[in-house]
Design a protein around this ligand. Structure first.
Ligand SMILES: Nc1nc2c(ncn2[C@@H]2O[C@H](COP(=O)(O)OP(=O)(O)OP(=O)(O)O)[C@@H](O)[C@H]2O)c(=O)[nH]1
Ligand SMILES: [Mg+2]
Length: 221
């Protein structure tokens, strides 16, 4: 009799059972709040501290191992915010000079570390703040980088609970991708988001070396 691993596509994602999901995006787009919501929805604990001060997350924060469908185990990686320039003076509103300089240094290092981590993530969630202009150099560079690496990703338009949110504009800005509107704060549309994530993970599992063959059991000799 064939084992569970034969029919379960999640059991053979290129031989991997553990998938790393990286949460990327600009500072303050709601990455940590989304990571916390996903982690708690899937039986874990909050991943990190949410704050209105940009670059609150300056190191990669990991969730505990989470279960998402079948027997796939996922680890969420909440990344520092990606930017193309960091000016310590932006932090002077919130902290003293020396603290602002330190924060800016750590934030710059965080960007480098986050980009390096792209090599180790299986799937990316790119979080876009739907209350702001989405067509930014950072978002464009991130998408170009992900495309070039062939890294699977989902686009999320966050903060749709806000009156000024315009998720349709986000979708219009990136017409070649399907954008999932959510609110990490209220949990709006998280069901659709999980479906999209699961669908993408399935694709990610079934592609690559022996993926489809293992799925259909043909690699069994
Ligand atoms: N209204 C609303 N606010 C949100 C939502 N998600 C996050 N926020 C707010 O946005 C701010 C930034 O949230 P974080 O989760 O810390 O953002 P981040 O992307 O992790 O930011 P960095 O760690 O600085 O890169 C906080 O004030 C949150 O309360 C949302 O869905 N709706
Ligand atoms: Mg954060």
């Amino acid at each position: 009799m064939l084992g569970k691993s034969w029919w379960n596509p999640f059991s053979a994602p290129n031989g991997k059972r553990n998938l790393n999901i990286g949460i990327y995006g600009s500072p303050n787009s709601g990455k940590t709040m989304l990571a916390n919501r996903i982690s708690c929805d899937l039986g874990g604990v909050p991943v990190g501290h949410v704050s209105k001060i940009p670059h609150e997350t300056r190191r990669v924060q990991r969730s505990v191992e989470l279960q998402l469908g079948c027997d796939a185990r996922i680890t969420l990686l909440d990344m520092p915010g990606i930017v193309d320039r960091i000016d310590y003076r932006e932090f002077l509103v919130w902290c003293e000079h020396h603290e602002a300089v330190k924060r800016a240094r750590e934030a710059a290092l965080g960007v480098i570390v986050a980009i390096r981590w792209l090599d180790f993530v299986d799937q990316v969630i790119l979080v876009i703040d739907s209350t702001k202009e989405p067509f930014t150099p950072t978002n464009l560079a991130m998408i170009a980088n992900l495309e070039a690496r062939g890294k699977p990703f989902v686009l999320v338009a966050n903060k749709v609970d806000e009156e000024s949110a315009d998720p349709w504009y986000v979708q219009e800005s990136f017409p070649q991708y399907s954008v999932c509107p959510v609110s990490a704060l209220t949990g709006f549309n998280m069901g659709s988001f999980y479906q999209l994530l699961l669908y993408n993970l399935l694709k990610c599992c079934s592609q690559g070396k022996n993926g489809w063959f293992r799925w259909f059991g043909r690699s069994k000799t």
